[in-house]
Design a protein around this ligand. Structure first.
Ligand SMILES: [Zn+2]
Length: 83
């Protein structure tokens, strides 16, 4: 997603395009076009500026943005790899 951070897949969260909007998919099992974002606010901020909508080929609705922003607020500023 235009982000140069290299971390294992455990440090990524999948966002999936659904018929009624985008959805966060922590299990990675939802069908649909998906994009992976690092678990960091900096990565999500960048994605919300346009990269995510491009990757998913959707226009983010206000509800989508609100949901994604709320999730983003729970993330650390920079991704950290655990274990
Ligand atoms: Zn990233």
């Amino acid at each position: 997603m235009g982000c140069r951070t290299v971390l294992s897949k455990r440090a990524l969260t999948r966002v999936v395009r659904q018929p009624d909007g985008v959805q966060i998919d922590p299990t990675g099992k939802l069908a649909g076009r998906g994009a992976y974002l690092h678990n960091s606010r900096s990565c999500w901020e960048r994605a919300l500026k346009g990269g995510l909508a491009n990757a998913l080929k959707v226009t983010l609705s206000e509800a989508d943005r609100q949901m994604l922003s709320e999730f983003m607020a729970t993330l650390p500023e920079e991704a950290v790899e655990e274990g």
